[in-house]
Design a protein around this ligand. Structure first.
Ligand code: FMN
Length: 172
């Protein structure tokens, strides 16, 4: 894994052939992005945050696992692409574990870099009110913590993927 790639592609679905992952891949193709580090989060060993708060004092996490490979990429990649399915109106646990382990970066107060952006690709099997709200709120918080600006314009949300997928275009 390179430590300074321009684009970090995070696959939040545990499924290898995923709807949300295909949205991300279409975006990479459409924009002819290269220098991409592809991260299938399911293949990484990322333990859940224990809330020990050591990172508040030390700025680093006491848990030594695959998350250590990601901290530099999360804070230096100029574009972060995150894809995920909606699980119980929220994010899959593998991705949520990665996000929670960014708590050291929260305490470090990583400054926002206006040249770094984060795009989001979500898919949901059905449709109901505020179906994407929880996931979007969490990802906004995640992007803010790692110092990137949320690019809402280029983000894509699809619902009813378990029947006939439709693009969600309402303003959020
Ligand atoms: C554990 C689990 C929980 C799910 N929860 C929801 C949900 O709360 N709302 C919904 O609309 N779809 C839900 N779904 C359906 C997925 O969001 C949907 O199939 C999605 O498009 C799959 O994306 P993927 O192909 O990228 O994995 C759930 C699926 C699973 C496996």
């Amino acid at each position: 894994m390179t430590q300074n790639s321009r684009v970090l592609a995070l696959y939040g679905s545990p499924r290898r052939e995923s709807f949300s992952g295909s949205l991300l891949e279409n975006y990479i193709k459409k924009h002819q992005l290269n220098d991409v580090t592809y991260c299938f989060i399911k293949d990484y060993s990322i333990l859940p945050c224990t809330g020990c708060n050591s990172c508040k004092k030390t700025g680093s996490c006491v848990i030594k696992d695959d998350m250590q490979k990601l901290y530099t990429l999360l804070t230096t990649s100029s574009l972060i692409l995150t894809s995920a399915p909606v699980y119980f109106s929220s994010l899959p646990s593998q991705l949520k574990a990665l996000i929670d382990r960014c708590q050291p970066l929260f305490w470090k107060q990583v400054a926002n870099d206006p040249l770094r952006h984060g795009v989001l690709f979500l898919s949901a099997g059905s449709f109901y009110s505020a179906i994407f709200s929880s996931s979007i709120t969490t990802i906004r918080h995640f992007y803010k913590t790692i110092g990137v600006s949320f690019d809402r314009q280029n983000s894509q949300f699809y619902y009813n993927t378990d029947t006939k997928a439709e693009k969600f275009s309402s303003f959020i």
